[in-house]
Design a protein around this ligand. Structure first.
Ligand code: DC
Length: 213
């Protein structure tokens, strides 16, 4: 069974998807992490991020592994590195290339297809697994999403400027919604959950209620 979750940055979907997968005792795939690894690899290789062909080639041979919530690039644990503001700043252009997305969607399908998975991202309910058995769209008011992301980065010990982060989130929201390929959309058959006033446990309960239906 595939449980697909989409939503904007800071909607809480990563935390929710992780916990949900634990409760259901099934695997979890954060597709944002796969794009983050690609962005990190591109920066480390000094690639021009606008060069679609170069990024497509990089995506084809990307040595990415996800194990026990840790993310590896060329066997090195990059779990912290991929959450740094530098990646947030550069990722929108990387994920906008159609041929790059084709490669990454293929990779994501290969990881999750045929097993029980909670998969989260921006285009999971619409492009990656449009036939998922259960589909959810998590949302929250913009100021709340900024606060959540700020707290998350601070807890990781990263130095963050609140106003810069706010600007960056807004820019990523616009890019996510307006890109031509794989934009963030609310799938018609997805269950919409506004998490603004909900606790983490409240969101999990709401999702579990729908799954059991
Ligand atoms: O969920 P996140 O913040 O880790 O995602 C990082 C970026 O990757 C975000 O700007 C949107 C993009 N993304 C995407 O385009 N498609 C996905 N399935 C997941 C993430």
């Amino acid at each position: 069974m595939i449980i697909a979750i989409d939503g904007p940055a800071g909607s809480g979907k990563t935390t929710v998807a992780k916990l949900l997968s634990k409760r259901l005792n099934i695997s979890y795939l954060d597709t944002g992490a796969t794009y983050r690894v690609l962005t990190l690899a591109a920066l480390e290789n000094n690639l021009n991020l606008k060069d679609e062909g170069a990024l497509e080639d990089l995506a084809k041979k990307l040595d990415l592994k996800i194990e026990d919530e840790k993310v590896y690039l060329n066997s090195t644990d990059v779990s912290s590195k991929i959450r740094a503001p530098l990646i947030d700043k550069n990722i929108s252009v990387v994920v906008s290339h159609e041929r790059v997305r084709v490669q990454m969607v293929g990779l994501q399908r290969r990881i999750a297809q045929g097993s029980d998975f909670v998969v989260e991202g921006r285009d999971i309910t619409t492009v990656v697994f449009p036939n998922a058995q259960k589909k959810f769209y998590l949302d929250a008011a913009f100021p709340i999403r900024v606060k959540r992301r700020f707290r998350e980065l601070k807890e990781r010990g990263l130095a963050v400027n609140f106003d810069e982060l706010k600007e960056d989130l807004k820019r990523r929201d616009d890019a996510d919604k307006n890109r031509e390929v794989g934009p963030l959309r609310i799938s018609k058959d997805a269950i919409y959950i506004d998490t603004t006033a909900l606790t983490l446990e409240g969101v999990i309960e709401a999702i579990l209620r729908h799954i059991k239906k």
